[in-house]
Design a protein around this ligand. Structure first.
Ligand code: ZN
Length: 63
């Protein structure tokens, strides 16, 4: 099952969700503030190891 990365439009929280193909983005909610329909982030396209240091889903986590 693919994992998608999302960014909350309300609070800016970034998180990852496993999502089946049949499921829609509308079911995804921000784990922090509960806002619906976060923006989907295409992490593989937007950033690579050289342009982003740190974890992909837990801001502030020491590496
Ligand atoms: Zn949020």
């Amino acid at each position: 099952m693919p994992v998608y990365e999302y960014e909350c439009k309300s609070c800016g929280e970034k998180f990852e969700r496993k999502r089946g193909i049949a499921e829609s983005d509308s079911k995804v909610k921000c784990p922090k503030c509960g806002a619906k329909e976060p923006r989907r982030v295409f992490s593989a396209f937007a950033r690579g190891p050289s342009s982003f240091s740190g974890g992909s889903c837990a801001p502030g986590r020491p590496t």
